[in-house]
Design a protein around this ligand. Structure first.
Ligand code: SF4
Length: 327
């Protein structure tokens, strides 16, 4: 937890972010409909803060993370980084800014070029952004290898010659070599064994402290999100349904969906138990979302208005927002 380091001005401000994908079918690629993958999402991330983004598979978490970095172009909304709307930047300005915004992927094996040595993979951003060459570049790469717990002789190896944990350290080294301000971690440890997960989480936390990094950590793992996050945003079917301080949200979830998700998380005190809430059915299709509150088809507390009126995020406590007619 990093609350003591937080300052007020946000590093990142996302407002009304939307990403809509057309769905096509047939040999003529006739448009069948649209997937509302990200549907009006808004949040801030402060300097040095970790925001956890959690929700079931397919809820739009990864699309949100990639859209914030403009690896996917947004359909609507704004993404302000240090007060500049990056959606308005031309590609060369965006390329420059990308050195400040990096991503760590879930599967380091598929995100690392198998034909490059890991030394070349880590030094490549220095070449692309023309920030170091020659012995300066060499020194920076050696230093970053040591910092993430890799050996300098690993620099000559290829990704397939490394373990999963070592490959994720390469991904982290590549992400931090340009001294970014923001890192999006998309399921950054979920492909690793439990013992390696703990090491990589500790490394990410140490690096955050050292470089004053802001993180957007995307995961379906509620325990990981609780451990790493200052604040948590809960996503359902492309929308945020709850966002607030991690400790308060985990102790007193306000949205029925958050309550159901957290009911499956074991409590630290083994003598205390939470009643597990089993949600009925799968999440509805984002191609044809329900009317009113998107959660009404699975919500144990739904009432008539829920099928007709869409709830918006309302502040229920300081900095704690919930989209539910009951709050
Ligand atoms: Fe449930 Fe209604 Fe609240 Fe939606 S608005 S979460 S359906 S009670």
């Amino acid at each position: 937890m990093n609350s003591a380091r937080l300052v007020e001005k946000p590093l990142l401000r996302v407002k009304g972010l939307k990403k809509i994908f057309p769905v096509k079918e047939g040999i003529l690629s006739k448009r069948k409909g649209y997937v509302y993958a990200v549907d009006g999402v808004s949040f801030d991330i402060k300097r040095g803060e970790t925001l956890g983004l959690v929700g079931e598979s397919g809820c739009g978490k990864t699309t949100t993370g990639k859209t914030i970095l403009r690896l996917i172009e947004p359909t609507d909304g704004s993404i302000e980084f240090e007060g500049v709307d990056i959606c308005t930047l031309r590609s060369d300005d965006m390329r420059r800014l990308r050195s400040k915004m990096q991503i760590i992927f879930q599967d380091p094996y598929s995100s690392l070029n198998p034909r490059m040595t890991v030394g070349s993979i880590v030094s490549e951003p220095l070449d692309i952004h023309k920030v170091a060459k020659g012995s300066d570049k060499e020194e920076r790469v050696v230093s970053i290898f040591k910092r993430v717990g890799l050996k300098t002789e690993d620099m000559r190896r290829y990704p397939y010659q490394l373990s999963g944990g070592e490959r994720q350290r390469v991904g982290i080294a590549r992400a931090i070599i340009l001294s970014p301000d923001l890192i999006v971690g998309d399921e950054p440890v979920s492909a690793l064994d439990a013992s390696i997960q703990a090491q990589v989480i500790n490394l990410l936390e140490d690096l955050q402290e050292e470089f004053h990094l802001s993180y957007l950590i995307i995961s379906h793992d509620l325990s990981l999100i609780e451990h790493m996050s200052d604040r948590v945003a809960v996503m359902y079917l492309g929308k945020l349904v709850e966002i607030g301080d991690s400790n308060k949200l985990y102790a007193f979830p306000q949205h029925p969906y958050t309550e159901a998700l957290l009911s499956a998380v074991p409590l630290p005190d083994p003598t205390t138990r939470r009643e597990k809430i089993i949600l009925k059915g799968d999440p509805p299709s984002p191609i044809n979302p329900p009317s009113g509150c998107y959660f009404h088809t699975r919500c144990p507390y739904k009432f008539d208005d829920c099928k007709i009126i869409e709830p918006t995020l309302k502040e229920v406590n300081s900095g704690h927002f919930v989209a539910c007619h009951l709050r």
